[in-house]
Design a protein around this ligand. Structure first.
Ligand code: PLP
Length: 312
């Protein structure tokens, strides 16, 4: 598993580039004390036209939405952040990479009313390969259902991608790895399937692609949305519905979607092998369609790519 963060030279901080090693915030920043940092994970792919960022406007919109939900007035517009993402990739001389924009509450407030803590915006980028380890995209991974559940909708606002929400996700992931699995699938507070620790989930049964409703317990994934569009392009029937845990065990195919995980097939859940025990045909088709667009092998018919080397 690609456990350690990669490095590049520069990190963007509110309009200036700072050397990677100098990108620091104070220990007592509100974000460190209380988890108030909203963030994104965005992939940039190498294409024949140079590096291209996948669905940048959608990611920046979610970042700004996350900030708004947490009552953090962002200091930069989407247009400014677009320019900043492009600058970070260009100035670091990166090709394929992962971008991590963060809007966080810095140093100032002592307690929970954090208006005295200024809003800081940072954007880092570094080369990052397959999230779930070598072979994950080709062979699939083994997942478990977690004994940690996703929070109820009136506890954490899941439309926000906020650092604090990932405490539960870290517990799920750590437990899964300790028990010999690559990833965890979490149930929602009502006992129905919600999502992975950092991925949405799809299953295939009798040729129909099924994914849980966005019911206020899971993040509205941008890759999830892309997969729904790609399935419709192919004429694959799609259903968003409640997904009981046991339907995972009898699925013909199962896969995770996420920026880091891309489209990762799942070959077993709770040690029950799925289908043939290897990635099924619908999973492979959607994975190939996704990567073909992301890497510029086929026409970008949905307008998902922002080419870094070309004027915006
Ligand atoms: C909890 C959670 N669910 C789902 C996803 C997938 O979202 P996306 O496809 O936008 O990366 C992520 C990753 O950002 C996540 O952290």
């Amino acid at each position: 598993m690609s456990g350690r963060i990669g490095e590049s030279e520069w990190i963007w901080h509110d309009g200036t580039l700072v050397p990677w090693a100098d990108a620091r915030i104070h220990l007592l920043s509100t974000a460190v004390q209380f988890g108030t940092s909203v963030f994104e994970g965005i992939r940039c792919y190498a294409t024949p036209r140079g590096p291209a960022i996948f669905r940048l406007p959608e990611h920046l919109r979610r970042l700004l939405d996350s900030a708004t939900i947490y009552r953090m007035r962002p200091a930069h517009t989407a247009a400014e952040l677009t320019g900043a993402c492009i600058t970070v990739i260009r100035e670091n001389g990166l090709d394929a990479c992962y971008l991590r924009p963060m809007v966080l509450r810095g140093y100032g407030a002592a307690g929970l009313f954090a208006e005295a803590s200024p809003i800081e915006t940072w954007i880092a980028a570094w080369p990052w390969g397959t999230y779930l380890g070598a072979g994950a995209l080709e062979e699939g991974i083994d997942a478990c259902t977690s004994s940690w559940a996703r929070a109820a909708p009136n506890t954490f606002p899941v439309a926000a991608k906020a650092a604090g929400h990932y405490n539960a996700a870290q517990l799920m992931k750590a437990q899964a790895v300790a028990d010999g699995y690559s990833e965890a699938i979490a149930l929602g507070p009502g006992g129905l399937v919600s999502e992975g620790s950092g991925q949405n989930l799809f299953l295939v049964r009798d040729g129909v692609l099924v994914t849980p409703f966005l019911d206020g317990t899971s993040l509205a994934g941008i890759t999830r949305d892309a997969v729904l569009a790609l399935a419709r392009d192919r004429g694959i029937p799609v259903r968003e519905q409640h997904v009981p845990r046991e339907s995972l065990y009898i699925a013909d195919e199962l896969f995770f979607t996420g920026t880091a995980s891309e489209i990762t097939p799942i070959r077993s859940v709770d040690r029950i092998p799925l289908g043939e025990g290897r990635p099924g045909p619908i999973t492979r088709t959607l994975q190939a369609d996704y990567l073909a667009i992301a890497t510029g092998e086929v026409e970008d018919r949905h307008g998902w790519l922002t080419h870094v080397g070309e004027p915006a």
